[in-house]
Design a protein around this ligand. Structure first.
Ligand SMILES: NC(=O)c1ccc[n+]([C@@H]2O[C@H](COP(=O)([O-])OP(=O)(O)OC[C@H]3O[C@@H](n4cnc5c(N)ncnc54)[C@H](OP(=O)(O)O)[C@@H]3O)[C@@H](O)[C@H]2O)c1
Length: 494
C-alpha cells in the first residue's frame, strides 16, 4: 500500500440538515441519494444529520423507501439492510408545492422540529435538483420564508447547491447569478461540477505541487502543447430531446475548462479556498477569448451519423455531439503554447485524459533523428485512473538504438480500500457541509466560461457555412477535420 503523507485526516463536518428539492428526479436517484447514503454508511456524514427529500410527487412512507432502495440498488452494490435502516431513520419526505408560501412555512416548521430531534443548530443545505427554471423562484421563496440565513447574523447558516447548466447564454447566466444573488450572498452558493470531485482530477494538482520535477518544467520553455480529451462511448441514448437545446459545447464546456484550469493554473500558495480561487481566477482571466473571425480555424463541430432521425431530434438539427478546438492562455507560463480539446459522444470508447506533451530536443545527438515527442505526461481521469509518463530509452541490444517506454502509476485504490473513500459526489457534498468552496465553481468562472463560449455559439448560428457541422460515423473519434486541426500545426492527437 502507498505510504501516505500530509493532511490525511478526513474531517467530519458539524451537524446539519440536508434538503433535496427534485428528489424524485434522475439526478437525485443516480447521484445525490447514493452519495447521501454513502456518507452515512462510511461514517463520514455529520453525527447530527438529517435529510428532507422533497418533490411534487405524492409519496407515502413505503413508496419513499421503495424508491430509495431502488435508487441505491441501481447505483452499485445493494445497501446492507442495517445501514439502510439507519439511513432511513434520518430521512423524511415532504411533498412540495414550490409556488406556495404555505409549503415553505411547512418546511420551516419541519426543519425546526428536525433540528430539535437531531441536535442541529439551524445549519442547512438546500440542494436544488430541479429544472434550472426553478432555481430563481425556489431561492426567492426560500428567502421570503426566512430560510436563507445570513451567516453574519447568527451562528447558523444556509447554503444553496445547484448543478449545471448555469444559464444557456452569457445573458441568461448573468441573469441567473443576479437572481441567486438577491436570495443569498455568493459565498453561500455552491455550484457543482462533479469533475472537480474526482480523485484523479485533484491528483493533477497534488502531483504538480508535491513534485518539483514536474512543475518546474510545466511551462512554455519545456511544453510543446497540451491535449484534453473527453470522449464518450455512448450516444445520447434517449436524451436527444434535451440535447437539442443544449448541444455538446454548452453541456461540456464547464468540465473542459475545469480540467484546463487544474492543468494550467499557477500553484496556489495554499490549498485553502481563497488562495486556490485566486489562482484559478487568474487562469480564467488569462484565457484568450476567441475573436469571431478566428472560430472557423480554431474549432470543429460534429454530429454522429445516427443522431438525426432519433425521436426528439429536429430535421436538419444543428446540435453538435462533438467539438474540437484550440485555445491559448495568455500569461508568462503558457504564452503561445496551444491547448487542444476534443470532446464527443458515441466515439467508440470512453476516455477522459489530459496529456502534457513536451518539446522535442532541438539539437544534440537527436538533432537529425525523428524520435517524435520524447516525453508525454498523461493523466487518465476516467475510466482509466492512471498517470503515465513516456520516455525514450535505449532498446536492449548491441547497437545504440532507442525505444519508447511508458512509466505508469495505477491510481485506482487498492481493492477493498475503494469502498472506504468518498466518491466524487460524496466528496462534494462533504465539502459543502464543511463550508469549503474550493471544489465549487465561482460566478467569475461561469461568466468567463460564457464569454469564451459565446463567440463559438454565435459564429455557428450566424455563419454556419464558415464552420460547418461535420457528420462522423458512429463509434469513431470524431470527424476527420478534428485530426486536421492538429495536423495543420504539425501535431497529432496522442
Ligand atoms: N440528470 C443528470 O445527470 C444531471 C447532470 C447534470 C446536471 N443536472 C441538472 O440537475 C437538475 C435536475 O436534473 P434531472 O435530470 O434530475 O431532471 P429530472 O429528472 O427532470 O428531475 C427534476 C425533478 O424536479 C422536479 N420538477 C420538475 N419540474 C419542476 C418544476 N417546474 N419546479 C420544481 N420541480 C420540478 C420533478 O420532480 P417532482 O415532479 O416530483 O417535483 C423531477 O423529479 C437540472 O437542473 C439538470 O440540468 C442533471
Amino acid at each position: 500500500m502507498a505510504e501516505t503523507l500530509g493532511f490525511c485526516e478526513e474531517l467530519r463536518p458539524e451537524g446539519c440538515g440536508f434538503v433535496l428539492f427534485g428528489a424524485t428526479g434522475d439526478l437525485a436517484a443516480r447521484k445525490v441519494l447514493p452519495a447521501l447514503f454513502g456518507l452515512c454508511e462510511k461514517g463520514i456524514a455529520p453525527r447530527n444529520f438529517y435529510v428532507v427529500l422533497s418533490g411534487r410527487t405524492p409519496l407515502d412512507r413505503p413508496a419513499l423507501e421503495a424508491r430509495l432502495a431502488a435508487a441505491l440498488g441501481r447505483s452499485g452494490v445493494p445497501p446492507r439492510p442495517a445501514a439502510f435502516a439507519a439511513f432511513l431513520e434520518r430521512v423524511e419526505y415532504l411533498r412540495a408545492d414550490y409556488d406556495s408560501p404555505a409549503f415553505y412555512a411547512g418546511l420551516a416548521a419541519k426543519l425546526e422540529a428536525l433540528d430539535a430531534k437531531f441536535g442541529v443548530r439551524r445549519r442547512r443545505l438546500f440542494y436544488l435538483a430541479t429544472p434550472p427554471a426553478a432555481f430563481e423562484p425556489v431561492s426567492a421563496r426560500l428567502r421570503e420564508a426566512g430560510l436563507l440565513f445570513d451567516p453574519k447574523d447568527c451562528t447558523c447558516w444556509s447554503r444553496l447547491i445547484i448543478e449545471k447548466p448555469y444559464g444557456s447564454s452569457l445573458e441568461t447566466a448573468v441573469s441567473l447569478a443576479s437572481s441567486l444573488g438577491r436570495a443569498v450572498p455568493e459565498a453561500q452558493v455552491y455550484r457543482i461540477d462533479h469533475f472537480t470531485g474526482k480523485e484523479t482530477v485533484q491528483n493533477v494538482l497534488a502531483l504538480r505541487s508535491a513534485n518539483p520535477v514536474f512543475d518546474g518544467t510545466w511551462n512554455r520553455a519545456f511544453v510543446d502543447h497540451v491535449q484534453i480529451t473527453v470522449l464518450e462511448e455512448l450516444g445520447l441514448e434517449g436524451r436527444e430531446a434535451f440535447f437539442e437545446h443544449m448541444g455538446l459545447a454548452r453541456d461540456m464546456m464547464s468540465h473542459i475548462l475545469q480540467l484546463a484550469a487544474i492543468t494550467a493554473m499557477d500553484l496556489p500558495a495554499s490549498f485553502h479556498d481563497a488562495d486556490f480561487k485566486t489562482e484559478k481566477k487568474r487562469f480564467f482571466d488569462s484565457l484568450r477569448l476567441p475573436a469571431p473571425a478566428d472560430v472557423p480555424a480554431m474549432a470543429v463541430r460534429g454530429q454522429y451519423a445516427s443522431y438525426s432521425g432519433q425521436p426528439g431530434v429536429a430535421p436538419g438539427s444543428a446540435a453538435e455531439t462533438f467539438l474540437a478546438f484550440r485555445f491559448f492562455v495568455d500569461n508568462d507560463r503558457w504564452r503561445d503554447v496551444p491547448f487542444y480539446v476534443r470532446a464527443g459522444k458515441k466515439t467508440g470508447a470512453k476516455a477522459t485524459r489530459i496529456a502534457v506533451v513536451y518539446k522535442k530536443p532541438a539539437a544534440g545527438v537527436f538533432g537529425a533523428m525523428d524520435i517524435g515527442y520524447p516525453n508525454v505526461f498523461s493523466f487518465g481521469i476516467q475510466p482509466e485512473e492512471r498517470v503515465d509518463f513516456t520516455l525514450i530509452g535505449k532498446h536492449p541490444g548491441p547497437r545504440l538504438c532507442f525505444a519508447r517506454r511508458e512509466m505508469g502509476l495505477d491510481y485506482r485504490p487498492v481493492p477493498g480500500e475503494a469502498a472506504k473513500y468518498p466518491t466524487d459526489y460524496e466528496r462534494l457534498l462533504l465539502e459543502a457541509m464543511a463550508g469549503d468552496r474550493t471544489l465549487f465553481l465561482s460566478y467569475d468562472e461561469i461568466r468567463r466560461m460564457w464569454e469564451f463560449l459565446s463567440p463559438l455559439l454565435d459564429s455557428w448560428r450566424e455563419k454556419p457555412a464558415a464552420c460547418p457541422l461535420r457528420t462522423y460515423p458512429d463509434g469513431t473519434p470524431g470527424p476527420a477535420e478534428a485530426a486536421e486541426l492538429l495536423r495543420r500545426d504539425g501535431r497529432d492527437w496522442v
